[in-house]
Design a binder for this molecule. Structure first.
Ligand SMILES: C[S@@+](CC[C@H](N)C(=O)[O-])C[C@H]1O[C@@H](n2cnc3c(N)ncnc32)[C@H](O)[C@@H]1O
Length: 367
């Protein structure tokens, strides 16, 4: 018993040290994205195990750099499943795991790398030491305390942040939309669709490609955001503020928009959605959905960590919500709610989708 206690205390001390040093993980991930290590290893699909010196020669072709320090970073990230470490030949060599492959640039110039960079920009990093302030006084976000204004306003004044946000959203949204469109039939009878908070318009573009019945697609986002959006056939970019007005359509699509707002703000957005819709129209909202119970799975952790990200960067009372919380919000906004457990719900694919997209699930509210 005494021995067990000693062993469990030793494990506890190791666990707290691991947590205290955890910042090394995202910052090293940020470093390998900055250095473009994933593309260097991938090299058109070979993914052959390479030493740190070989990888360094690819990321800094003119020479220089410190292979030992790169190896330290790769080795630590291998322990988190980003790289596969091979020491069979007597040298440490690294290839990409499935996780590491998400950082490889695809044929459209996209990867999850921009999302990693977007989360670790200086302005966001300044907010993190202030998380406790969101507990003491949630009337002001840690991001605003650190930078003098809210995140979206701040991004809009900095073209490079605005552009990185667009790229980050494209990088994570395209794979999500491929999975969604494989299973979700809810766009079948829609002729006019608006994507609220649609960023560069990637989601709408993909929906329109699959559903030619949609004759008109409106990509609605802040004016500064749509000003940078690319031209997309069939898509009209509309600049505006969803708290003031949402363009009329048969259906409204919204992905990863509600999550950054408070309950009161969501009620306001949903009421503006309902004003824009005819009877029988619908709001298709894709948002992270928190499980009721906490556990240490990747999905639950990704959701709970994302929840703290929202609290720190966007809204101290914006949050990831459970399905029941979404249901109550839909009802409080004055309309019904159809959830995946409703036998009439058109989205029986919710559960399969979950296994594809590790941390997202769809809810559907009909007017
Ligand atoms: C997390 S991003 C999601 C982007 C896109 N839906 C996707 O999933 O790729 C949230 C989007 O909401 C937009 N947004 C923020 N405030 C807004 C407002 N008041 N009116 C319209 N869009 C807004 C942001 O500019 C951003 O593009």
């Amino acid at each position: 018993m005494a021995e067990q206690t000693t062993e469990s205390r030793k494990q506890a001390r190791l666990a707290i040290l691991e947590l205290a040093n955890m910042i090394s993980v995202p910052m090293s991930l940020n470093a390998v994205v900055r250095l473009n290590v994933a593309d260097a290893i991938w090299e058109g699909g070979s993914n052959a195990p390479l030493t740190a010196a070989q990888i360094l020669a690819r990321v800094i072709p003119d020479g220089g750099g410190d292979a030992e320090n790169l190896q330290r970073v790769l080795r630590m990230l291998a322990s988190y499943g980003v790289f596969e470490e091979d020491i069979g030949s007597g040298e440490r060599k690294y290839s990409l795991t499935e996780v590491g492959k998400t950082l490889v640039t695809d044929e459209h110039g996209l990867s999850y790398g921009a999302y990693v960079l977007q989360h670790h920009q200086d302005a966001l990093m300044r907010a993190w030491p202030l998380v406790h302030e969101a507990v003491v006084d949630p009337s002001k976000e840690p991001f605003e305390r650190a930078n003098g204004e809210g995140a979206y306003d701040y991004y809009l004044k900095k073209p490079e942040m605005n552009e990185l946000m667009l790229k980050a959203m494209s990088g994570v949204s395209v794979p999500f939309m491929i999975a969604l469109l494989e299973g979700y039939p809810g766009f079948q009878n829609v002729e006019k669709l608006v994507d609220v908070g649609g960023s560069g318009g990637d989601c709408l573009k993909m929906i329109l490609q699959k559903y030619p019945n949609i004759k008109e697609g409106l990509n609605f986002d802040l004016p500064e955001v749509v000003a940078k959006a690319p031209q997309i056939p069939g898509v009209t970019h509309v600049g505006g503020d969803m708290f003031k007005f949402i363009p009329q359509a048969d259906a409204i699509f919204m992905k990863w928009v509600l999550v950054t707002w408070t309950d009161k703000e969501i009620k306001h957005i949903l009421q503006n959605c309902y004003k824009a819709l005819p009877a029988g129209g619908k709001v298709i909202a894709c948002e992270p959905v928190l499980p009721e119970n906490s556990d240490d799975s990747h999905r639950t952790r990704a959701l709970l960590e994302g929840d703290i990200f929202v609290m720190t960067i966007y809204r101290a009372k914006g949050k990831h919500r459970t399905e029941e919380q979404f249901k109550q919000l839909g009802i409080s906004a004055g309309k019904g709610y159809r959830c995946k457990e409703d036998e009439d719900c058109p989205i029986p694919w919710c559960r399969p989708l979950l296994s594809v997209c590790t941390n997202h699930q769809c809810i559907c509210m009909e007017v």
